[in-house]
Design a binder for this molecule. Structure first.
Ligand code: FAD
Ligand code: NAI
Length: 468
């Protein structure tokens, strides 16, 4: 019997839904199995989009309370309407997920609402959300089931007092105190949201620094900036237990290297110590799909698993757990399935933390270059020297451009600043084309824009900056 579809995608996150649309554009007949009530995966429903909506709203609130006066704008008493803020966030999510439904219809992609299990190459069983079941046949299967919050032994999540990021997006009152376990992306973004809204936030981090993996010079300034906003840090500390009562939560902390335990009282605990790939219940073992030592699905350069005809992309495979990485992999995978070349450079996936200031990077960090014994040059430009940043009253941070000392090729760009997330795209594009610092420095940048700081840092790495 001929397969009913060319491709069946399991999971409609930014990996799966983008792959499905691209595959349909390339002429494939595509079905997507998604168990959530809405398309868009973690990212659109409980990840990137709702967290950015709350970051934006809390930023507006913080601006009104603390920053507008400096611009000569007087506002009366500023009050928080948390219910309205959460409603707006839900509306943004709703409109965005509905947008994917529209794109599915436009591209004639069948959404089968239910939970998928792989029966073998070409066969996927679906327990439909409406209680029915069906088996889908397809030439290729693409697993894009994403990831879930990593549990912390001894700290039981109830999504009320002890929450994951999902619970932290829906708290119906501002907690007086919040402890964030894990000083990574989620901890610092959601910690910022609740800090701005009035919580006393303490971040407990196992390592002796925040956001491991980030350039350490940037990391230090980042921690200082967050500290100025009132976020407290307990580095080199681990949480060994939590007991929740009506009045709050008592945490047990220990120095990471061992030592005397202490108690910390708080109102809400956010557990965000990383995410783990979602592979359970998919029938992978039976189908013979191999996992690596960290439970991620093993794939080759074409994103094919150990079983021919079964592919995997996104958070469920190795690499940074980022939406844009999942989407790029989805596109590359289906383009290769359609006989095209497909291209992704995993060294050039930009990463952004959407706090204030934002932190963004692409390529290698200075720590990595040192560790690898690479002869490099570094050019830096602080936003205090950038006229537009001064006009905007947003002068925190700097741009750092790292280049190969011999060839001037850009090896890494690291930015901490108000618009770092937007600025990093230029660096990523330059690096995709293997630009030198001279290339960026000789590119005419509009004045006055904050992107001139990238040009100045490139000038500093290549030759001499004009404005420093
Ligand atoms: P997912 O988005 O997790 O989608 C997988 C989908 O598969 C889910 O909808 C799930 O319901 C479905 N599924 C799983 N198993 C089955 C099954 N058996 N049958 C049917 N369906 C199934 N990344 C960024 O790049 N930028 C950000 O700003 C950002 N912010 C984030 C904020 C938070 C709070 C969180 C938690 C994550 C954030 N991320 C961000 C990470 C980003 O959400 C993920 O990297 C991204 O969603 C991964 O995409 P994916 O398609 O691999 O998986
Ligand atoms: P993370 O990996 O970013 O950070 C986890 C932190 O917890 C690390 O600093 C780690 O050292 C620390 N940690 C681990 N075990 C600990 C313990 N027992 N006690 C104290 N600290 C401990 O993970 P996070 O924040 O949960 O986010 C998961 C992923 O989601 C991110 O890695 C990222 O890929 C993605 N994400 C991306 C965002 C973005 O792109 N802006 C925003 C939010 C999430």
């Amino acid at each position: 019997m001929a397969a009913a579809h060319d491709l069946v995608v399991i999971g409609a996150g930014p990996g799966g839904y983008v792959a499905a649309i691209r595959a349909a554009q390339l002429g494939m007949s595509v079905a997507v199995v998604e168990k959530r009530a809405a398309l868009g995966g973690t990212c659109l429903n409980v990840g990137c989009i709702p967290s950015k909506a709350l970051l934006q709203s809390s930023h507006v609130y913080d601006d009104a309370r603390r920053h507008m006066a400096a611009h000569g704008v007087k506002v009366g008493k500023v009050e928080l309407d948390l219910a309205a803020m959460l409603k707006r966030k839900d509306e943004v999510v709703g409109a965005t997920t509905k947008g994917i439904e529209f794109l599915f219809k436009k591209n004639k992609i069948a959404w089968i609402a239910g939970t998928a299990t792989i029966e073998g190459p070409g066969r996927v069983a679906v327990a439909r959300n409406d209680g029915g079941s069906e088996t889908i046949e397809a030439k290729s299967i693409l697993i894009a089931t994403g990831s879930e919050s990593m549990p912390l032994p001894g700290v039981e999540v109830d999504e009320k007092r002890i929450v994951t990021s999902t619970g932290a997006l829906t708290l119906d009152a501002v907690p007086a105190r919040m402890v964030v376990i894990g000083g990574g992306y989620i901890g610092l973004e959601m910690g910022s949201v609740w800090r701005r809204l009035g919580s006393e936030v303490t971040v407990v981090e196992f390592l002796d620094r925040i956001v491991p993996g980030m350039d350490s010079e940037v990391g230090k300034q980042f921690q200082r900036e967050l500290g100025k906003q009132g976020i407290k840090f307990r580095l080199g500390t681990r949480v060994t237990g939590a007991s929740a009562a009506k009045s709050g939560v008592t945490l047990t902390l220990e120095p990471a290297g061992g030592g005397e335990a202490e108690k910390l009282e708080t109102d809400v605990v956010l557990v965000c110590i990383g995410r783990r790939p979602l592979t359970q219940g998919l029938g992978l073992e039976k189908a013979g799909v191999r996992l690596d030592e960290r439970g991620r699905i093993e794939v080759d350069g074409r994103f094919q698993t150990s079983v021919p005809g079964i592919y995997a992309i996104g958070d469920v495979v190795a690499g940074p757990m980022l939406a844009h990485k999942a989407s790029e992999e989805g596109v590359v995978c289906v383009e290769m399935l359609a006989g095209q070349a497909g291209h992704i450079d995993h060294n050039l996936i930009p990463a952004v933390v959407y706090t204030y200031p934002e932190v963004a990077s692409v390529g290698r960090t200075e720590d990595q270059l040192k560790q690898d014994g690479v002869a490099y040059k570094s050019g830096k430009s602080p936003f205090t020297a950038d006229p537009r940043s001064r006009a905007n009253a947003r002068t925190e941070g700097f741009v750092k451009v790292l280049t190969d000392a011999a060839s001037d090729e850009v090896l890494g760009v690291h930015i901490i600043g108000a618009e770092a997330g937007t600025m990093i795209a230029e660096a990523a594009l330059a690096m995709e084309y293997r630009a030198s610092a001279e290339d960026i420095a000789r590119t005419c940048h509009a004045h006055p824009t904050v992107s001139e700081a990238l040009k100045e840092a490139a000038l500093a790495a290549w030759d001499k900056p004009i404005h420093l």
